[in-house]
Design a protein around this ligand. Structure first.
Ligand code: NAP
Length: 512
């Protein structure tokens, strides 16, 4: 598919990208590859990397194979491990940034807090926290789904007198050696940080409210011979990627569906992992979840259960009732004095809110449009918010594979849309409400059979009204096919002055 965008008219087609993580940088690379330089990345921090810049806690690693958790158009032959750790992924991102000359396009330390669409000009105005503003024809949001740490509402949290920080805001200056540490949470971040810090702290109290299902991690260092082969013979690297992609696709029904047969099979595998790693029957019972495998994210680890059995580690399988000046009070009233608290409590997700104050046609905010949960057409465009493109938007997260394989197709889709706008000198494109509604009705109907909705747990995937607005209920291949072609007829197309608007302003519903 042709993702080329016509040669830019820099003056008339400025593009704003919010966020310089995988999404924003991927978008920038695709623009540059198409010869487009008229874009700016707005980044609130002082470095690129997004998630992989922020999540620098000890033990941070990706739980998706590195050869799939990287861009297909920028494959890396020499990953050091099958599942790379955070520093290596951040290094990969930094190298991409330099290689494609992206740094000069980034406005660092610039947090866009508001974006307002003007119907007359078809331009977005972006405002940063300091009150500066910029104009752009297209606004591309690459803010990521998991970028704002969730600080839990626990009574007395603010009164704790020792160091307290979130995993995504790790305080590297805080020396944990010999300290008594509490980790609140037992999700994807906690199961990585606990084994990493357990050997150095004096005492570690792990507050687990809900146990996760955990599978063995098939990690290993990559052999020098493999790296050499991938470097010298790139098709071998493609083959590895292809194998990883299809292996994940084959697992998809097992993980996504709530069919009893699939769930029994996965449960048996996960229980075997617990049995092989936990000798104490009482502890086994405390780490076995009471919901179906896959309802919350399935985690992979070989060192979480061993860490819980260390002499200096105790598992408190209670919610947290309060925090005092010197420790944590569990729901059963037991008090645990600690020197440091680590919040491994996850993120505020877009199920709850728009990434920033975005105002579309008629001044309607994205939060108002999303009052019943976030939704978009194919996860990318939102009716009433012309020329706005979301990367890794609503319902485009995978439960079984790499988010980057979804993202790459979204980049192609945005490129096609921008190309269409350029060729037809459009003022704006606005996805038709009925097109968005049909897509989401179909998606939510399909969602009802998934383990995320029917698996018997609470998770960050689901809104308070029980709607999953985070994940895509199907194969990655299915999503990729659906998003592979930009269909102009699904959009209201409004031309710039002087252009014939007849063919472009009239809403047309796609017959396909
Ligand atoms: P998470 O999965 O949302 O886990 C948060 C943990 O904190 C849960 O155990 C939760 O308990 C607990 N918690 C929250 N509020 C609490 C409270 N008030 N009292 C007690 N416990 C509380 O967050 P995460 O571990 O940071 O992971 C978030 C997502 O980031 C993952 O699902 C994954 O998509 C991504 N991630 C990926 C990787 C990777 O390797 N690729 C690594 C880390 C994170 P409940 O379960 O009872 O709510």
């Amino acid at each position: 598919m042709d993702a080329r965008v016509d040669k830019p008219d820099n003056a008339n087609f400025p593009i704003a990208i919010i966020g310089a993580g995988f999404s924003g940088l991927g978008m920038a690379i695709r623009l540059k590859q198409a010869g487009i330089e008229s874009f700016t990345l707005f980044e609130r921090a002082d470095e690129v990397g997004g998630t992989w810049r922020d999540n620098a806690y000890p033990g941070a690693a990706c739980d998706v194979s590195s050869h799939l958790y990287s861009f297909s158009f920028e494959q890396k032959p020499d990953w050091s491990r099958a599942f790379a750790e955070q520093p290596e992924i951040q290094q990969y991102i930094l190298e991409l940034t330099e290689k494609h000359g992206l740094r000069s396009h980034v406005r660092f330390n610039t947090e866009i807090v508001k974006a307002v669409f003007d119907q007359g000009s078809g331009l977005w105005t972006l405002y940063d926290r300091a009150g500066q503003h910029w104009r752009a024809r297209a606004l591309i949001s690459g803010t990521g789904g998991l970028s704002d740490p969730k600080i839990p509402e626990i009574e007395g949290l603010e009164h704790f007198e020792g160091p307290m920080f979130h995993t995504a805001r790790w305080d590297a200056a805080c020396d944990l050696r010999g300290k008594r540490v509490a980790v609140i949470g037992s999700g994807a971040s906690a199961i990585q940080v606990v084994p990493a810090i357990a050997p150095e702290v004096a005492e570690l109290k792990v507050f687990q409210r809900t146990p996760p299902w955990i599978m063995p991690k098939m990690d290993r260092p990559m052999r020098e011979a493999e790296k050499r082969r991938y470097r010298r013979f790139p098709p071998a690297l493609w083959l590895r990627r292809l194998w990883l992609y299809w292996a994940a696709e084959l697992r998809a029904p097992l993980l996504i569906s709530n069919r009893p047969l699939f769930k029994r099979l996965l449960r048996r595998l996960a229980l075997r992992h617990i049995q092989s790693q936990v000798s104490d029957p009482a502890l086994r019972q405390r780490v076995i979840p009471d919901y179906n495998v896959g309802c919350k994210r399935v985690l992979i680890s070989n060192d979480w259960y061993p860490a819980l059995q260390r002499e200096n580690v105790s598992l408190i399988d209670q919610g947290v009732k309060a925090v005092t000046s010197h420790g944590v009070v569990a729901s059963d009233g037991s008090e645990h004095d600690v020197d440091v608290i680590v919040l491994a409590t996850g993120f505020n997700t877009p199920t709850a809110a728009a990434p920033l104050d975005i105002r579309g046609l008629g001044g309607v905010t994205l939060n108002e449009a999303w009052r019943n949960g976030s939704e978009a057409y194919k996860g990318v465009t939102v009716s009433g918010f012309p020329n706005l493109f979301l990367l890794v938007g609503p319902n485009t997260g995978p439960g079984h594979t790499s988010v980057l394989v979804y993202l790459e197709k979204q980049l192609d889709y945005v490129m096609q849309a921008l190309g269409y706008m350029r060729r037809h000198r459009l003022k704006y494109l606005n996805v038709l409400p009925e097109v968005q509604k049909d897509f989401n009705d179909w998606l939510q109907a399909r969602m009802q059979d998934t383990v995320w909705v029917a698996g018997g747990c609470d998770s960050w995937y689901i809104t308070e009204d029980g709607k999953n607005t985070s994940l895509y209920p199907g194969f990655a291949t299915d999503y990729r096919l659906r998003v592979s072609r930009f269909r102009p007829a699904e959009y209201q197309r409004v031309a710039l002055p002087g252009q014939s608007s007849d063919s472009t302003t009239r809403p047309v519903t796609d017959a396909a």
